[in-house]
Design a protein around this ligand. Structure first.
Ligand SMILES: [Fe+2]
Ligand SMILES: [Fe+2]
Length: 135
């Protein structure tokens, strides 16, 4: 069962970025699934996948925002950097003491981590990026 789902109201108007966001949602669902079992190695693996894909998505999104001269690019980049740090810290905490990181806390944290960003920050670039000739 999927816990988080992508819906049309999360669309940033750029199909490739929507695909990335769907993939991030999928990875968060996988983190939660892994945590619901008790294989801590699997949890570390999916957290690593989430970090890798997050870094890839953020870099691609920043390129796109630069291409359409998005005025708040610097602020957006700073937010991306601190989001990567948050997941790194969470992975570290899990590595140090797997029992200290519960599945429900993690789902709650990661769903807010992603949804607040898409809704609060990514949706703001839609008017600049959608229909931009450089995109
Ligand atoms: Fe973003
Ligand atoms: Fe994004």
């Amino acid at each position: 069962m999927a816990y988080l789902q992508w819906t049309e109201n999360l669309s940033v108007g750029i199909p490739r970025m929507d695909e990335h966001h769907r993939k991030l949602i999928d990875l968060i669902n996988r983190v939660f699934d892994a945590m619901s079992g008790d294989a801590s190695a699997a949890v570390d693996g999916v957290l690593a996948d989430l970090l890798d894909y997050t870094r890839y998505h953020f870099a691609e999104e920043e390129k796109l925002l630069a291409a359409c001269s998005y005025p708040d690019l610097e602020e957006h980049q700073a937010v991306h950097r601190s989001m990567v740090k948050e997941v790194l810290e969470m992975r570290q905490r899990h590595q140090n003491d797997p029992a200290s990181v519960t599945a429900s806390e993690t789902l709650d944290f990661l769903s807010k981590w992603l949804m607040r960003h898409i809704i609060g920050k990514d949706l703001r670039y839609r008017p600049y990026a959608e229909n931009h000739p450089a995109v």
